[in-house]
Every structure is written in C-alpha cells, then in structure tokens.
Design a protein around this ligand. Structure first.
Ligand code: FO1
Length: 308
C-alpha cells in the first residue's frame, strides 16, 4: 500500500499525527521531522521535534506539555543545577536516556535517521519517523539583541525577543535523509501538519530537493493551517510572522505554500478566507482544526485524508 507522507514540527504536528495514526495503518505513515530545533545541552544531542512525535505516537508524551515524557522526574537536572550547570531546558530523567543513547550512537558514526528508527522500534512506534536530514541544520534567530540559536530564543528567553529574520544554518549543504525524496515522489498523499510555517516546516523545505520534490510529485498535497482566527493554536507563530513583516493569517500560511499545496485546510472560524485561498489556485477544506480531544484529532485526520 502506498505511503502517506507528513511534514512535521513539534507538538501541533504530533497531535494531528496521533489522530492520523489511528485512522490509517501507522505502517503507512512516513513522517519527515524538523531537526533544525536540535540543540546540544550538557554535551547531549537533543532532537525535540523528533522526540515529541515519537513519544506521542508511542503514547508516552507528557499530556499537558506535549513534549517530554509523562510522569518523568527531574532529579538529574536538579543535581546538574547544584553543580552550577544551566537548567533552563527541562530535561527529564527518562527523557535523558533518549539523549544519552542518541549522542552515543552519533559518536559511533551512526546517522540520525538510523538512530531514530532504533528508538521508534524500541518504543513500539510503527510509523516511520525520519529526520529531514542526517546533516546538521540549525535555526538561528536574528533579534534586535543579535543572533541566537532557536532554543535560547524559544525556551531560555521565552520567545520575548522580536524576530527580525531566521536562517537555517547548514541547510544549503544538507542532503535529505535516505528515503525522503523517494517517499515524496511515490506517496499516495502528502500532508503538511499544522506546524509553524517559518521555523518548523520552513527548515524542512530549505533542505535542497525537498521543496522541488513536493512541487513535482504526482501525489496531492494538503496543508493544515496552524493559525486560527489570526492566532496560533500553540507557540509563537502569529507574533513571529507579524514581526517578520508577514500577516498573521491562515491565508498568509497558504501563500507561503502556494507553489506545492493543492488542498489548504482552514478552520471553520476562518471560512471567510476561502475566496482568498481559492484565488491562489488551491482547493480548500473547512474543518474543525482545534484538536481538543482524541475524537477531534481523528475527525480532522479523516476529513483531510478524504479530501486528498
Ligand atoms: N519547551 C519549553 O518550552 N521548555 C522546556 O524546558 C522544554 C524542554 C524540552 C525537553 C525535551 C524536548 O524534547 C522538548 C522540550 N521543549 C521544551 C520543547 C521544545 O523546545 C519545542 O517545543 C520545540 O523545539 C519546538 O517545536
């Protein structure tokens, strides 16, 4: 059976994929994950978006945060704090095991895509979760106080600094991870998850070859707006878009994707934007995109799959 390919950021994407993996066989899912948020903390390689999707599909994610593990403790972080180490990034004790394992395997020369397959298999995740690239790509955020790495801007400074621009260091030299381009070319359907178009989907599209493959694939491509009524359901997308001189609107998201998306999914509250999006040459699907519970997640996933 042909695969359904999804491009995914963190928590918003994971919520949608949780619904999708319950209405189609999870083995059919090929999930391309953003790795430009990856960071080195306490000498460990942390891949937040990969882990958020993996933990969610494994049924292990922290229910309130969406990232990290449910019921985790933070004794190691507290002990690090006593030693004078920085503790602004909340790494739980069991979560740390993932980062220790990943870091050790990377040091052995194993590519991130293979390590991700190993962790997925160990946690019982049947969907294929693949980093966008095995090569390092890092989001750098330009603020009035200078350029900083993504997690410093997002977590340490709580996304307070105004974003003037972002760049994805290393993207131009990065190669798509093994299987990514073939999956896009031969997919039954492709879904851009409701993630931040600038910092979550943007880095995936910046890996040479991926955007071109999306433009030329025979598969229909749907994108779900992460903005509802001009506001992000989760995260700083709306504020970030405004400070970068873009409109904080679902139709602006559609415009960012107009060269490769066939079906744009708008929330019911944004039904008034249908003519604007249609004029860009896309079909629209108006649905409830607020995934407040499992029923809503599955209903949205079903509506998107049917539209494709
Ligand atoms: N987000 C936070 O807002 N604060 C944290 O302390 C934090 C820790 C963390 C640990 C592991 C992990 O996988 C993710 C974590 N996140 C945290 C989420 C992460 O910073 C962002 O959600 C993504 O990078 C954006 O998609």
């Amino acid at each position: 059976m042909k695969q359904i390919v999804a491009l995914a950021g963190g928590v918003g994407a994971a919520r949608f994929l949780d619904g999708l993996a319950r209405i189609v066989k999870p083995q059919r899912l090929f999930i391309i994950s953003n790795t430009a948020d990856d960071a080195e903390l306490h000498g460990l390689h942390v891949s937040p978006d990969l882990d958020t999707v993996t933990y969610t599909l494994a049924g292990l994610a922290h229910p309130a945060h969406g990232w990290g593990l449910a019921g985790d403790s933070f004794q190691c972080l507290q002990a690090l704090g006593r030693l004078g180490a920085e503790t602004w990034f909340q790494l739980g004790d069991r979560d740390l095991a993932t980062h220790i394992y990943r870091t050790e395997r990377l040091r052995q020369g194993v590519p991130l895509s293979r390590i991700t397959a190993e962790t997925c298999s160990a946690l019982g995740v049947r969907a294929k979760v693949v980093p966008m690239s095995d090569d390092p790509v890092r989001t750098r955020v330009r603020t009035p106080r200078g350029e900083i790495d993504f997690q410093t801007w997002f977590v340490r400074r709580r996304a307070h600094d105004r974003v003037l621009s972002v760049r994805f260091a290393g993207a131009a030299q990065a190669r798509p991870a093994p299987g990514v381009l073939d999956a896009i070319r031969s997919a039954a359907a492709i879904i851009i998850c409701p993630s931040n178009p600038i910092i979550s989907i943007g880095p995936i599209l910046a890996v040479p070859g991926i955007r071109e493959a999306l433009r030329s694939t025979a598969a229909a491509v749907a994108a779900i707006s992460p903005l509802v009524g001009g506001r992000a359901l989760k995260g700083p997308a709306a504020r970030m878009m405004k400070s970068m001189g873009l409109r904080a609107s679902a139709s602006q998201v559609a415009e960012l994707y107009r060269d490769f998306v066939n079906v744009f999914v708008l929330d019911r509250r944004d039904a008034n934007l249908v003519p604007e999006v249609t004029a860009m040459g896309m079909r629209t699907l108006v649905a409830n995109t607020i995934m407040s519970d499992l029923h809503a997640k599955k209903a949205l996933a079903r509506a998107v799959v049917e539209a494709l």
